[in-house]
Design a protein around this ligand. Structure first.
Ligand code: RM4
Ligand code: MN
Ligand code: MN
Length: 413
């Protein structure tokens, strides 16, 4: 898109918004300030249990992962932090890693522990980790999390994300109440090992890799556990971790109402696939989620700054960097549209029971083409107007393949 065309569409949109009493420059600066962390495992092609197809030029080590995120930051100006997964990303030289990240303008978001696979540790997690019937396995899993906290401390992270694969595949395999109790007790030990300025983000997932029961299947179970841990334990909403048709925006509202929302893992899902690109399937849902977030923050339910933002995706078919550019764009758009909602009018419609007008208020915002605002926010921050076009024009993937090689290992495993 030419610069002239961009200016024209921005001016037109500004005029329309000014007529509605909306300050365009304030909007642009809000969009520009909104930063979303990128996980280290999103930079390589993912796979399914049937196979994996390498995209080529994927990062071979932590330094190269940082370089990729640095590039994303430079092009989009929408990300300024990486979320590491241990043991996939154990830094060999912490100081060097810190320096490299700092030189790229990248900080360290929440750390992710991993007790869902075996990677040479003495005891197997096949039958669970924090919920395992064997106390020795639970101890090992707790200690792993404490080590992750130590690594995070050395890098300047301020949070620990726990996602558990624990559960069972068959009726009778697990004792539901004991598994929940062991998980809670293990998490208590982990929580008390966190520095006082850290938060614990507790994820939930209804199924996969276990298909009969998951120890923390939903936000309610996660919230119940968090309540037993302390104020700094909150529920992490991964958009892909819901059964079809779940009203995620309502979950967000309820969690904010209880000051229990830790943050987000952005992605999308059609059936049970938890890692599709955010906004690619249900952009209206993403918009409605942001409406609740903005409303909840404005009305004082939970402070905006207390919420963490991250993309959690892993793709089998797309160039991961192109996908992340699209994801950052989709999130910015949903956020920008939600900022346009006339909340006063919506409130009035709700009080008067005017269902039709309430829908109109939401549609008015959602159907506004906010792309000129998102683009302008990027340009004003020093990024590229069209990061995807730039990425392709500069043949960045081809350059990465030339430098790093065509075949590469999976992002995490
Ligand atoms: C899980 C969950 C976690 C992520 C792993 C790789 O489904 O979303 O957040 O760490 O995948
Ligand atoms: Mn996740
Ligand atoms: Mn997931």
């Amino acid at each position: 898109m030419s610069n002239l065309f961009h200016q024209k569409s921005l001016n037109l949109l500004s005029e329309q918004l000014t007529e509605k009493g909306i300050d365009t420059s304030e909007l642009i600066s809000k969009i520009a300030q909104f930063q979303i962390a990128v996980p280290s495992w999103a930079l390589g092609a993912g796979g399914t249990r049937f196979g994996r197809f390498s995209i080529g030029g994927e990062p071979r080590n932590l330094e190269e992962k940082l370089e990729d995120i640095g590039l994303l930051a430079q092009l989009t100006k929408r990300t300024d932090a990486v979320s590491l997964h241990i043991p996939w990303d154990i830094p060999q030289d912490t100081e060097a890693v810190k320096q490299k990240a700092a030189s790229l303008g990248i900080g360290f978001d929440a750390m992710n522990s991993n007790t869902f696979q075996d990677y040479g540790q003495p005891l197997s997690y096949k039958m669970g980790s924090l919920s395992n019937a064997d106390a020795a396995v639970r101890k090992q899993a707790v200690e792993h999390n404490l080590q992750v906290i130590e690594i995070g401390k050395s890098l300047g992270s301020k949070g620990l994300t726990v996602w558990l694969a624990d559960g069972s595949n068959f009726p009778g395999q697990a004792h539901f109440r004991k598994a929940l109790q062991w998980t809670t007790d293990s998490l208590k030990e982990i929580y008390s090992g966190m520095p006082s300025d850290w938060k614990l983000l507790l994820e939930y997932k209804p199924y996969e890799p276990n298909f009969y029961h998951t120890v923390i299947p939903d936000w309610g179970t996660s919230g119940l556990i968090c309540r037993q841990l302390g104020d700094r334990a909150k529920v992490l909403v991964d958009l892909g971790h819901h059964l079809p048709n779940t009203n995620i925006e309502q979950i967000v509202a309820t969690l904010m109402h209880q000051d229990l929302l830790a943050g987000f893992h952005f992605n999308d899902s059609k059936y049970g696939d938890d890692d599709l690109s955010t906004g690619s399937i249900k952009p209206y849902q993403l918009f409605l989620i942001f409406c609740e977030l903005i409303g909840g923050a404005e009305e004082g339910a939970q402070a905006w700054d207390s919420i963490s933002w991250m993309i959690d995706a892993s793709h089998n078919t797309k160039d991961p960097l192109e996908d992340l550019i699209q994801a950052l764009e989709a999130i910015s758009q949903a956020y920008a549209k939600a900022l346009l909602v006339d909340r006063e009018k919506l409130n009035q419609c709700q009080n008067e029971g005017d269902v039709v007008a309430a829908q109109e208020v939401l549609q008015e915002a959602f159907l506004t083409d906010v792309r000129p605002l998102v683009r302008e926010a990027r340009i004003q921050s020093g990024g590229e107007g069209g990061p995807l076009a730039f990425y392709r024009k500069e043949k960045i993937r081809e350059k990465l393949i030339a430098k790093r090689g065509r075949s590469s290992q999976a992002s995490g495993l």
